[in-house]
Design a protein around this ligand. Structure first.
Ligand SMILES: CSC[C@H]1O[C@@H](n2cnc3c(O)ncnc32)[C@H](O)[C@@H]1O
Ligand SMILES: [Zn+2]
Length: 429
């Protein structure tokens, strides 16, 4: 057993209190051994956390990480127009190597901003899986199944790809799910089939649900039920499932999400940028829904910094509820850690003995974090990804003193730039 002590810092505890503690990690098992003042010095190695706050590694519970290649390619349009006019034509040209490069760049950005784990829906997933294994992050990955504009044979092959990926991938840090894209981009027959297969395979289902009114209206018109009830009637919304967005949901749907134990991943920046709407997050929390946080893809955000997401969630949550006390600092910090972990099905998100050693260490030695009346307030409203000193996942150090140890950042940027330029040239040829 090799141990690592994180020493001299203050630690965000599971109840969101903050106390001076060391954290002792078993690097062989990837677990936290103990959280206690002065135990860290007994570690085989030490990582300094002087003047720093140790927090659970953040969890980006909904993204499309390889979309880093499309950062800034198409802005200022609503979801459906943006996807159909710009994003889907560009994605049609993606190769596995493009996706690998985009994922590597995205993970560099996430590790630099204290994110240790993420859930991802995209194409060429084996390439993403390889990149995740090499980068040392934790991820739940799935192939995004879509039926729009496809022949029956193409749909069958898309579903088979989703199942093949979910069967093939899987390791200590990489888990899978079946991921039908949304309730309106996947036919009822395919949605039901995919969900049945997920139950047989004992993997979660992850999809986009009720992100825009344009997704909600056709379901009500055609089926005379709201989307959450439609999703449930197709077998979706089991306790292990998690859905992204849930912006346009009513009180009954909120209750249904709470009763079924379905996780909801709130993506505030994407919802604001695409003008999709304001999710009723405080009402979901009040009803007992498990709520996590995600960036969504970079092209609708335009970054992967979860500190931005935490702050955006607090801000838009207050506006949506017309209440300054809504989405208070502890609520949004909990969403980015324990809430996201519970949505995605990770054991991380809490610093306690026996939990996975997924951690981020933030320097507090900065003007914008001074004075330190309340460190949870700082996490929610003042900290940024660039305050992160160290990022650790599964007991391994992925970034030390802002130097990435598992990804060659210069090469990742160069490769992604070249592939992004060539991708767009092909898409626009
Ligand atoms: C089929 S793989 C995932 C698919 O989702 C697209 N996407 C990116 N952002 C969003 C969003 O906010 N709502 C719905 N779909 C989105 C992505 O470009 C891929 O095509
Ligand atoms: Zn998405």
């Amino acid at each position: 057993m090799t141990t690592l002590g994180i020493t001299n810092g203050v630690v965000l505890q599971p109840d969101l209190s903050v106390s001076k503690s060391d954290v002792l990690i078993d690097q062989s098992s990837g677990e936290i051994i103990d959280v206690d003042p002065e135990i860290g010095m007994s570690g085989d190695r030490q990582l300094d956390a002087t003047d720093s706050l140790v927090i659970p590694g953040l969890i980006n519970a909904h993204t499309h990480v390889a979309m880093t290649l499309l950062r800034g390619y198409a802005d200022d349009k609503p979801l459906e127009t943006w996807l159909r006019e710009d994003i889907w034509p560009a994605e049609a040209e993606l190769t596995a190597e493009d996706v690998r490069a985009g994922a590597r760049l995205g993970m560099a950005e996430m590790i630099r901003s204290g994110t240790a784990g993420f859930a991802d829906m995209y194409f060429h997933v084996p390439a993403i899986g390889d990149a995740v294994e090499a980068a040392g992050m934790r991820a739940r990955l799935g192939h995004g199944i879509i039926t729009v504009g496809k022949t029956d044979a193409e749909i069958e092959s898309d579903v088979e790809e989703g199942i093949r990926v979910a069967r093939k991938l899987g390791s200590e840090r990489v888990s899978t799910a079946l991921m039908p894209h949304s309730l309106t981009t996947v036919t009822e027959t395919t949605l039901t089939t995919v969900i049945e297969r997920a139950r047989e395979m004992d993997v979660p289902v992850h999809s986009h649900v009720s992100e825009t009114t344009a997704e909600v209206e056709p379901i009500i018109e055609e089926r005379d039920v709201r989307p959450v009830e439609y999703a449930r009637s197709c077998g979706h919304l089991q306790p292990e499932d998690f859905i992204a967005h849930a912006v346009h949901i009513d009180t009954e749907e909120i209750e249904r999400l709470a009763d079924t134990g379905t996780g909801v991943v709130h993506c505030p920046a994407s919802n604001m940028k695409l003008a999709s709407g304001m999710a009723p997050v405080q009402a979901m929390l009040d009803a007992g829904v498990t709520v996590g946080l995600g960036t969504d893809g970079v092209a609708s955000n335009n970054d992967l910094d979860m500190f931005d997401e935490i702050r955006d969630a607090a801000m838009i949550g207050k506006l949506a509820a017309e209440d300054a006390s809504a989405l208070a600092a502890p609520d949004v910090v909990r969403m980015a850690t324990q809430g996201s972990a519970d949505c995605v099905g990770f054991e991380s998100g809490r610093i306690e003995s026996g939990a996975p050693a997924d951690l981020a260490v933030l320097s507090l030695d900065a003007p914008h974090l001074t004075p330190a009346h309340d460190l949870v307030s700082h996490l929610a409203y003042a900290a940024t990804g660039s305050d992160v000193r160290h990022t650790i996942c599964d007991g391994q150090i992925l970034m030390r003193e802002r130097e990435l140890l598992t990804i060659d950042e210069a090469t990742a940027r160069e490769e992604a730039t070249k592939r992004a330029e060539e991708l767009i040239a092909r898409a626009e040829a």
